[in-house]
Design a protein around this ligand. Structure first.
Ligand code: NAD
Ligand code: TYD
Length: 353
């Protein structure tokens, strides 16, 4: 079986669902259920013995040691993190605690477990760390896209904490021989994306008749990858990636934010027209820019294609349409994550355990 952290969040939940859609290999899913973690994302797995959910912190060494000893996974995939740049600006400490200290403690627990495995088990074991392109910093308009050899130049508390975790993972390989893999992916979008991030926020605000806040001039560029393509890349790297290597994952889909927002508005005009006959784009509002806002990210994903034959299946046009349709079909999910009803349920169900 495999052991996943953060599997109730956006990418982790998509990964667990896709994994169990593709194979019968069970998944142990350790998630702290922060505001971003939501068991409703995994409701289709209710009663499915292949999914073992454990509520807890990857920084809880005793808990992780117990779970590893009990389930004896052949691999760990680390999604757990604080992931929102704006939150990291308002409260960086949680990011250091989770992304740096949490990853450190997880690595130590995994190293102890791995050391106790047989030589064969040790050879086939993998620790896959899921990271971001933001560790490379910001590109000028005419710079080439990030390759795996780019310097780390993180600019936000979020990207600095992810960069620190990447360095720890690297060091645990070089110093202790832990068989690690790291993926650095661009901006994901798709089902179960928490509506604090650009694309889901725009969809949700648009249909609620609220302003669509675009930071600064809206000309910051991101590379966008449909989340299922990120999941297939992780599966492929886990299967065949070279130990100790990093792989950039991207969608060859660089777009300025304002273009993303206008595309979302146009899809909503088609799929759920405003009742007053106006266009959703009229709700776009330019607001004060994010401090230290990175201007451009772009991913060169050729290593992953060359070495492991991975390519994204979705174009931005197909992926964004699926995404908007998903949000229109899942307004209950949106209401639950927004209202706090889900959080109340978690403390009732788990009693803060
Ligand atoms: P998310 O914020 O939606 O989910 C994070 C999950 O981790 C939540 O379920 C949360 O409850 C859980 N978690 C947080 N702290 C934990 C802890 N200490 N122990 C156990 N679980 C904990 O994040 P996401 O967007 O799904 O991102 C997943 C990973 O992918 C992160 O490491 C992120 O840095 C990376 N990443 C994200 C993107 C993106 O566009 N979202 C792009 C590239 C890389
Ligand atoms: P976000 O989804 O927060 O991802 P990241 O900061 O990790 O790239 O933001 C994507 C881009 O959209 C980023 O350039 C900031 C911008 N943005 C807005 O313009 N308005 C918003 O309300 C949000 C949340 C983001």
């Amino acid at each position: 079986m495999i052991f996943v952290t953060g599997g109730a969040g956006f990418i982790g939940a998509n990964f667990v669902l896709d994994w169990l859609g593709a194979t019968d290999e069970p998944v142990v899913n350790l998630d702290k259920l922060t505001y971003a973690g939501n068991l409703q994302n995994l409701s289709t797995l209710q009663g499915d013995a292949r999914h073992v959910f454990a509520h807890g912190d990857m920084g809880d060494s005793a808990l992780v040691a117990r779970l590893l000893a009990e389930h004896r996974p052949r691999a760990v995939v680390n999604f757990a993190a604080e992931s929102h740049v704006d939150r990291s600006i308002h409260g960086p400490e949680d990011f250091v605690q989770t992304n740096v200290i949490g990853t450190f403690r997880l690595l130590e627990a995994v190293r102890a477990y791995w050391s106790s495995c047989s030589a064969d088990e040790q050879r086939s074991f993998r620790f896959l760390h899921v990271s971001t392109d933001e560790v490379y910093g910001s590109l000028a308009a005419d710079d080439p896209a990030f390759t795996e050899d780019n310097k780390y130049e993180p600019n936000s508390p979020y990207s600095a904490s992810k960069a620190a975790s990447d360095h720890l993972v690297r060091a645990w390989h070089h110093t202790y021989g832990l068989p690690v893999l790291t993926t650095n992916c661009s901006n994901n979008y798709g089902p179960f994306h928490f509506p604090e991030k650009l694309i889901p926020l725009m969809i949700v605000n648009a249909i609620a008749g609220k302003p669509l806040p675009v930071y600064g001039d809206g000309m910051q560029v991101r590379d966008w990858l449909y989340v299922k393509d990120h999941c297939s890349a992780i599966r492929r790297v886990l299967e065949a990636g070279r130990i100790g290597e990093t792989y950039n994952v991207g969608g060859w889909n660089e777009k300025p934010n304002i273009e993303i927002v206008k595309t979302v508005c146009a899809l909503l005009d088609e799929l759920r027209p405003r009742t007053d006959g106006k266009r959703y784009a009229e709700q776009i509002t330019y607001v004060t820019d994010r401090p230290g806002h990175d201007r451009r990210y772009a991913i060169d994903a050729r290593k992953l294609e060359r070495e492991l034959g991975w390519k994204p299946a979705e174009t931005f046009d197909t992926g964004i349409r699926k995404t908007v349709e998903w949000y229109l079909a899942h307004e209950d999910w949106v209401r639950n994550v927004q209202s706090g009803a889900y959080r109340d349920w978690v403390s009732k169900q788990y009693g803060g355990a």
